[in-house]
Design a protein around this ligand. Structure first.
Ligand code: NDP
Length: 326
């Protein structure tokens, strides 16, 4: 099979598009012919070796894939079934989606919702499924569209773009924070009512600031997350899923103890199957698929290498879909 292979011999790290012997596929009860994979931020870190995402060598990266089952001894899946996979350590400790074939545990797979193609599923990918987990956290905590504006940080990125499209289609007034002000029209096309400069949120601020947000989806971390909490209205919720600016959280407890703000952590990698199945069902019904094209760029497999460097450098808009057979 053709695929991206990451190796780390003593001579140093290497990432290359190459022919890979399928005999090397790791243990699993379902084999999948992959149609599409994606480049998420974490894939960028793995392929550029910028942080220790990969914990087994050699590794096929790609935390996401969508395709068709070609062989299965799992009770829930048979050849011909369309499936999607996100996370579970795939692309980190288990060979991942950036190759033409994948073999994984059937317990990790989700049947592709009928209304989605494999390409659409990867236009959504882990980033979009995480945006949905964040939106579910806001809803679970009672954040409604009548309560006021919701903030999305890192708005032009993968999680951010899907979050803007999703929340606006659910009727929320979405304010998009971005470092790419030249992408304001793009963000408004996705449904943002206002676009703000991320510089407004990225420096150290006061522990309690003017109350503005009913809810927040943050993929940036560090001071941005701290300021988002400090600006969240009484009883609001901040869903934190990312660290694009840093994993530090130099905060005070003031928003939590004086305004009853909830900080909801969101993890997609090990999320239980019931939650991820629900998230994908809701994506299929609540995300306006017509907006997918606006934030999707498709690349051939060899494009994954340059795309990885681009996403780590913050140069990517929206979502990157990889056609592994091109
Ligand atoms: P992207 O690179 O597509 O998006 C991140 C965005 O953050 C960028 O587009 C940029 O948006 C903004 N950004 C980048 N660097 C900085 C910076 N130094 N300061 C402030 N903003 C910055 O990545 P993804 O959307 O795929 O992932 C976003 C984050 O979420 C990552 O940290 C990723 O690891 C995390 N993540 C976590 C998951 C989980 O399970 N918890 C799952 C998926 C992702 P703009 O230019 O518009 O400001």
């Amino acid at each position: 099979m053709r695929g991206i292979l990451l190796t780390k011999p003593e001579s140093g790290f290497n990432a290359a598009l190459t022919e890979i012997d399928e005999a090397g596929l790791m243990e699993g009860d379902v084999t999948v012919k992959v149609d599409y994979s994606t480049i998420n931020y974490k894939d960028g870190l793995a392929i550029t070796n910028k942080s220790p995402v990969v914990r087994k060598w050699p590794m096929v990266p790609g935390v996401d894939f969508a395709g068709t089952v070609s062989a299965s001894s799992h009770t829930r899946f048979k050849p011909g079934d369309k499936v999607v996979l996100n996370g579970w350590g795939v692309g980190e400790t288990h060979w991942g989606g950036l190759a033409q074939t994948a073999r994984v545990k059937g317990d990790w797979l989700i049947p592709l919702p009928l209304s989605l193609s494999t390409r659409q599923a990867m236009a959504i990918g882990t980033a979009g499924y995480t945006a949905m987990l964040c939106a579910m956290a806001l809803k679970r905590n009672g954040v409604t569209s009548e309560q006021g504006e919701v903030l999305v940080t890192g708005a032009s990125g993968g999680v951010g773009s899907v979050a803007v499209a999703l929340l606006s289609s659910l009727g929320y007034k979405v304010v998009a924070s971005t470092g790419k002000l030249d992408q304001a029209d793009y963000l408004k096309q996705l449904g943002a009512v206002e676009v703000i400069d991320r510089a407004e949120l990225s420096a150290a601020g006061k522990p309690l600031q003017k109350e503005r947000w009913a809810g927040v989806i943050d993929s940036v971390g560090s001071h941005t997350l701290v300021n988002a909490c400090a600006q969240t209205r009484y009883g609001g919720t901040v869903a934190a899923c990312g660290l694009a600016a840093g994993f530090d959280f130099p905060a005070t407890v003031m928003p939590f103890i004086l305004r009853g703000v909830t900080l909801a952590g969101v993890d997609s990698v090990m999320a239980p199957m019931a939650l991820r199945t629900l998230a994908w069902q809701q994506i299929a019904t609540e995300l306006p698929l017509a907006k997918l094209d606006a934030f999707t760029t498709e690349l051939p497999l060899e494009g994954a290498l340059a795309a990885a460097a681009d996403i780590v450098a913050g140069r990517v808009r929206g979502r990157l879909v990889i056609d592994v057979n091109r």
